[in-house]
Unconditional design. Structure first.
Length: 358
């Protein structure tokens, strides 16, 4: 569900009210069944007072035939009062949906409320701070339906509630229950349902635009790569990564620089060579080369953590639609003895000679 519009809208609230609010459903086309249920709820329960933009449906507003796709989307997102992001499983390509949400909340655009419909066990880190609708939770769906139908602030540019019902009206409760049941029929079960999923090592997912990647390839210097990589967008990460950077959770819409600056505030005299380790690996993977592991260790900001960490780039994804490349960086753990040496086991039968570890 949404944050208080008055706190977030600031100078972005339109000066005049809209005749009809617009709901923009941001979703992967594979999830069009979920989008259809949301569209039908919005239209039928509002008695047709809400327009819906859904690119996967012929029964809703969509990009016009012959139009430039991105221009059509930007125009619709400018008009939208509400964007519902349908988020299913994290192993899919969400770049276009993230782009749509980013366009909707640009400072120069009128205020747009972003609501994440969480259909699995996780949500994008960029929206982790927002109150969301867990579609498998009847209470969450009830609260959304109640605010959607009865709150005069839910569509701030509309100026009043989109129905004549009052909060917790029996008719609203019935509508919410039907909405919940309809969603259960189309929402896929999470792939990891019933499984214990955890990450052995802290990880971050960073994103660079194609232009940034091209600049890294053109300069081919560690200093230039470091400056560009510090501006990489932080798309995802786990709580362990937040912990070693001294945070309870990863900040939304942050960059790698945000984490590095926070880390340096704890260790101002440290040269932060581990940042060079990340930069050198991303510089090589940006050129489609296998990275050379550079074991530059970093300390955790958690004072109770005696483990040292070395960042390693383990996965690279190129997203043509979003014109971006994503890098998964895992922070491998190492023990350090009293002399400051890293403890690494070497097999007793390891061959001796050129290239063998000593």
């Amino acid at each position: 569900m949404a944050d208080d519009a008055s706190a977030e809208a600031g100078g972005r609230t339109a000066s005049s009210t809209q005749a009809r609010p617009l709901l923009f459903i941001s979703h992967r086309h594979a999830d069009s069944g979920i989008a259809n249920v949301i569209r039908e709820f919005a239209r039928s329960r509002s008695s047709g007072r809400v327009d819906v933009f859904q690119s996967s449906s012929a029964s809703a507003e969509a990009p016009r035939i012959g139009g430039v796709l991105n221009e059509e989307l930007v125009t619709a997102l400018w008009r939208a009062n509400l964007v519902i992001l349908v988020y299913t499983t994290e192993d899919q390509d969400w770049a276009y949906c993230m782009w749509e949400c980013g366009v909707a909340i640009q400072p120069e655009t009128p205020f747009t409320r972003i609501v994440v419909f969480q259909c699995g066990n996780r949500v994008p880190a960029v929206f982790a701070d927002r109150v969301r609708v867990n579609v498998r939770n009847a209470v969450d769906v009830q609260r959304f339906a109640d605010e959607f139908l009865t709150s005069p602030e839910f569509f701030p540019r509309y100026g009043h509630a989109i129905s004549d019902f009052t909060p917790n009206d029996p008719s609203v409760q019935d509508a919410a229950q039907q909405f919940f049941e309809d969603l259960q029929s189309v929402v896929p079960k999470p792939d990891d349902e019933g499984m214990d999923v955890w990450f052995p090592y802290p990880y971050l997912r960073l994103e660079l635009t194609f232009d940034q990647v091209a600049q890294i390839g053109q300069n081919r210097t560690l200093d230039a790569a470091r400056d560009l990589i510090l501006d990489a967008q932080l798309l995802d990460g786990d709580r362990e990564a937040a912990r070693i950077f001294g945070m309870p959770s990863l900040p939304p819409r942050a960059t790698l620089r945000t984490l590095v600056d926070n880390w340096k505030s704890r260790f101002p005299d440290d040269e932060a060579k581990w940042v060079d380790g990340v930069a050198s690996q991303l510089m090589e993977t940006s050129g489609r080369l296998f990275p050379t592991l550079r074991w530059e260790l970093m300390r955790s900001m958690d004072r109770n953590d005696g483990t040292w960490y070395a960042p390693v780039v383990n996965r690279v994804r190129t997203l043509g639609a979003a014109q971006a490349t994503q890098f998964d960086v895992y922070f491998d753990k190492f023990e350090v003895d009293a002399d400051g040496s890293v403890l690494v086991g070497v097999p007793a039968s390891a061959p001796q000679g050129d290239g063998a570890p000593q």
